[in-house]
Ligand binder design. Structure first.
Ligand SMILES: Cc1cc2ncn([C@H]3O[C@H](COP(=O)(O)O)[C@@H](O)[C@H]3O)c2cc1C
Ligand SMILES: O=C(O)c1cccnc1
Length: 336
């Protein structure tokens, strides 16, 4: 599907499939019989039930996790908002393709397929303090790239990103969607110093002011303040929902992209869990706003999908226990 306009995307992202309540009930009944004290596997139990409900199976398996890494460049880097030069985005894409990045190692660890999608790296989005980051056609193209990248046969999707400067648009999107001043949503990203932090707050504040009239529409928030890789992540997460494929969200940037969908259609992220909470201070705040409890807290501040990839391991464990354990009756074990 190629969306010509953001409105076409919005039309495709309506009448979303719901979780399978029957499968969930059957999975819950099964969970109650397994050879452990009730609730002893803690959040792993909730995780297995969530996965079963979205896969429509009482005893699901996780066979084909798909990691999608989207890359984009940002005009706002001219404002000195990152500790690294914009050229690093393309250099890291080459590193992903050569298998040398953190996400490559984690994808291999957890048996996930991984693909990298560079979005017009030689055409950075416009600096959002002076102009909308993208035209409607550019936004539609990036949403389409993400939408089409999802393998309909995948049974789990993780979206990651690479884009020097992109903690700044992520903060701007979060502020536009959930309110609060710019300073409360920014963080050090790749490691900017105190002066860099002040610049980021200023830049986000200017962007919010510049586009104030447009910010009641979530797709306009994404178009005016976002970036191509953020839009592609939103497109992929939306497509996964339309296919009832569960999603693990990564860090601040991924979660900011996903928030656009939740604002567009309340409940749009019911098929998604938060893989981790990153060091970027806005991330914990955004997860609270979305009412999502992160699975891991490891002090990561990398992106690329790394935190979500690690959480694939947790989900694998949850599903292995749920679907593989014996019941009390099968094992001949006495109940409480
Ligand atoms: C070598 C390198 C690899 C990365 N992988 C992810 N990021 C992360 O850092 C960037 C966001 O931080 P900021 O807004 O401060 O630029 C994004 O590219 C993100 O994916 C990286 C950054 C660098 C330098
Ligand atoms: O939370 C994230 O995803 C993140 C934080 C810092 C840099 N890159 C990504």
């Amino acid at each position: 599907m190629i969306f010509q306009t953001p409105a076409e995307f919005a039309r495709a992202f309506t009448a979303l499939p719901r979780l399978d309540a029957q499968a969930r009930a059957a999975a819950e009944a099964r969970n109650g019989q397994l050879t452990k004290p009730p609730g002893a596997l803690g959040r792993l139990e909730d995780l297995a039930l969530w996965y079963a409900a979205w896969r429509g199976e009482a005893r699901p398996e996780l066979r084909a996790p798909q990691i999608l890494v989207f890359a984009g460049n940002h005009g706002v880097t001219a404002r000195g908002v990152s500790a690294f030069p914009a050229a690093v985005t393309a250099q890291m894409v080459a590193n992903f393709e050569a298998g040398g990045a953190a996400i490559n190692q984690l994808a291999r660890c957890f048996g996930a397929s991984m693909s990298v999608h560079a979005l017009r790296l030689d055409e950075p989005t416009r600096d959002f303090t002076s102009d909308a980051a993208m035209t409607p056609a550019e936004l539609a193209e990036a949403l389409s790239t993400g939408w089409n990248a999802v393998d309909p046969h995948a049974d789990l999707v993780v979206t990651g990103e690479m884009g020097i400067g992109n903690t700044t648009p992520a903060a701007a999107i979060a502020a536009a969607l959930y309110g609060g001043d710019a300073a409360s949503w920014i963080g050090r990203g790749t490691g900017v110093d105190d002066a860099g932090l002040l610049r980021k707050a200023e830049v986000v504040g200017e962007g919010l002011q510049r586009h104030a009239a447009a910010l009641s529409d979530p797709l306009e928030v994404l178009r005016c303040l976002g970036g191509r890789e953020l839009a592609a992540m939103a497109g992929a997460i939306a497509r996964a929902r339309s296919l009832s494929i569960p999603v693990i969200l990564d860090g601040f940037i991924c979660t900011a992209s996903a928030s656009v969908l939740e604002r567009l259609v309340p409940g749009a992220l019911d098929h998604a869990v938060a893989g981790h909470v990153s060091q970027e201070p806005g991330h914990a705040r955004l997860l609270k706003a979305l009412n999502k409890e992160p699975l891991l807290q490891l002090g990561l501040r990398l992106g690329e999908g790394t935190g979500a990839a690690l959480a694939i391991g947790v989900l694998q464990g949850a599903i292995a226990c749920h679907s593989g354990m014996a019941s009390f009756a099968e094992a001949g074990i006495s109940g409480a």
